[in-house]
Structure formats: structure tokens, C-alpha cells
Design a protein. Structure first.
Length: 185
């Protein structure tokens, strides 16, 4: 009995140690460990808070792109962020005939380089409190600080707060946000 208990404790300790080293000390997102040696898609599919984003990325045909070498910075809206959109918006965007619009919305959350919060903070400070962030979707977000929180403002005036920063990926970084950023229009 003691041997079994010792073996179980040893196995548990080893798995916790492996998970901690494997995660690269990333924050948990949506109740799941995020592993720095996995790509954006491999991690995102495990987050209970990002099921809508994952469905949208699949519907837009962007899975392969976001599994690519990158580097990318993804400002990842949560399910709650998508739920703040007007009723029916997500369902409409997920229809095959609206794929181009969906791609535009999603790529307005992606930057073609990896930018950690500390670097973004320095850019904001160097630009007197507001830094333009051009996205792969052709949108320009404005990054600023409010207290110790990074804020992003889209071209329509929608404001998102980065709720979890610096979730490192093998092909970039994810910053979790609480509002969907939309292209001008």
C-alpha cells in the first residue's frame, strides 16, 4: 500500500513538474495550461473561453495560417467578447457566404510579429501614450494604457482590455481581450 501511494505521489509530482516546465510558465487560459512549445491553434483549442474564436478561425479557413511559423501576435477575444456583439452577428459571420468578412474581422486581431506586453508598453510610452498597431487584416488598432492595463481601440471606437497578456506560443504570443475588434465600416 505504501509503495502504491509513494508511486502515485511520485507520478503526480512528475506530471506537475512536466506541465510546469512544458508550459514555459505561461498563464492558464480558459482553465487550460498553455504550452510555449505549442502553436497558437494547438493551445487555443484547449481554452474553454475561446470556443467561439476557434469555431470562427475554422470557418474562416485560417487554421493552417495560425499554425504556421509566424511569428504572430493574436489579440484573442473570449466567448464573452463575442457575446457582446449584436444578437445574430456571430451566427451571420460563420455562414460560408460571409467568409471574406469573417476573415477580415479575425485578421484585424493578428499582427505579423510577436509583441510582448513589455515591448508594447515601451512603444506606447515612446509615442506619448498611444501607439498604432497595424494588423494583418488592414485595421489599425490604437494601443494605450489605463492604469496598468493595456487597452486597444479599433477604428470604430470599440475598446478592448487585455485581460491576460504574454501567453507565449511556439509561433508568437496571445493576449486575451474582452471585446471583439472590428474593421472600419
Amino acid at each position: 500500500m505504501k509503495f502504491r501511494m509513494a508511486t502515485a505521489i511520485l507520478a503526480l509530482t512528475a506530471s506537475v513538474a512536466f506541465a510546469a516546465s512544458h508550459s514555459g510558465e505561461n498563464p492558464m487560459v480558459g482553465g487550460a495550461a498553455m504550452f510555449a512549445d505549442k502553436n497558437i491553434i494547438e493551445n487555443a483549442v484547449n481554452s474553454a473561453d475561446h470556443t467561439t474564436l476557434v469555431a470562427a478561425v475554422q470557418a474562416a479557413g485560417l487554421v493552417e495560417t495560425l499554425q504556421g511559423a509566424g511569428p504572430f501576435t493574436v489579440f484573442a477575444p473570449t466567448n464573452e467578447a463575442f457575446a457582446k456583439l449584436p444578437a445574430g452577428t456571430v451566427e451571420t459571420l460563420l455562414k460560408p457566404e460571409n467568409k471574406d468578412t469573417l476573415v477580415k474581422v479575425l485578421t484585424c486581431h493578428v499582427v505579423g510579429k510577436a509583441v510582448l506586453a513589455e515591448a508594447l508598453n515601451k512603444m506606447i510610452m515612446d509615442d506619448n501614450g498611444k501607439h498604432p498597431v497595424p494588423t494583418l487584416g488592414g485595421c489599425t488598432l490604437q494601443a494605450s494604457y489605463e492604469g496598468d492595463m493595456i487597452k486597444l481601440t479599433d477604428e470604430n471606437g470599440n475598446v478592448a482590455t487585455v485581460t491576460i497578456a504574454d501567453v507565449k506560443q511556439s509561433n508568437g504570443v496571445i493576449h486575451v481581450i474582452d471585446t471583439v475588434m472590428l474593421p472600419k465600416g
